[in-house]
Write a protein that binds this ligand. Sequence first.
Ligand code: SF4
Ligand code: MG
Length: 320
Amino acid sequence: QQPVLSIRNLKTYFSGRDADVRAVDGVDIDIDAGQIVCIVGESGSGKSMTSLSVMGLVPRPKGKIVDGQVWFDGLDLLTLSERQISDIRGQDISMIFQEPMTSLNPVLTIGDQLVEVLRRHRKTPKKEALEKATEMLQFVGVARASEIIRSYPHQLSGGMRQRVMIAMAMICEPKLLIADEPTTALDVTIQAQVLELMRRMRDEFGTSIMMITHDLGVVAEMADRVVVMYAGQVVENGSGDQVFSTPLHPYTRALLASVPSVDEEKKTLYSIPGTVPNAARFPEGCRFADRCEYAQASCREAMPDLRELQEGHFVRCGLI
Ligand code: SF4
Ligand code: MG
């Protein structure tokens, strides 16, 4: 069975002052049908830029995909025109972000926005679209859906807006949902409800989910597969069980071993000493060497490859 999404050797660079900033630097990720894949890593690891690259939303003119393929439904998305990709976006692949306010149109009612998605992609007649919109709002747990449908985004709570965003993302029953920190801005109770909702989406529609998060608690709860990114590269990729029970990469092990922070405001679940290297001046060898407690001289000489050490469990470390 073919993966729903296959990212191959993706490289997304930004033009910098003296050198390219290598935000995504040779990433491979596969997502199977109905699978939830969590991409985890600190800020600056390239996880958000990977998802924006898939959606054809790399900020221009500075950002540019310089290499790779993104296979979806037999097509390399990177070769499509702006128009073709925007047809796919919202219909076959949809996306939800951390702050729903930025993706909802403030001057349109919730109902009009949901109806617009269906009419644009599916040419659904207005009355039918309105019924489907109400149904979808009920599915995502919006009480009094017929009332909410006439409201404007600013009249809703953060949790309610995130539900509306999910309804909008799911109304065309996409094959793939990309969720970038979908629950970071929400309080713990609402966060649990939104995660549960995403799982129901997967179960009912078979939607695959690529979820970007820095929250390991969310990963532990949701992930069929875990992809750990560091400095623009994948450093570990395995099933949820493999990564949590036998983490292999020193970076993954440091993340899992670090003490959860009590800073609920920032929602930082972990912190490890040091910082991600500057993406305009990556070292030649292992990019984690400066922070790695196992680093040897040889680690700095050549970049380790991503190797499959157990079936389906990949790691980029020269000493394992
Ligand atoms: Fe650490 Fe060396 Fe492995 Fe890099 S290659 S993670 S520096 S042990
Ligand atoms: Mg991000």
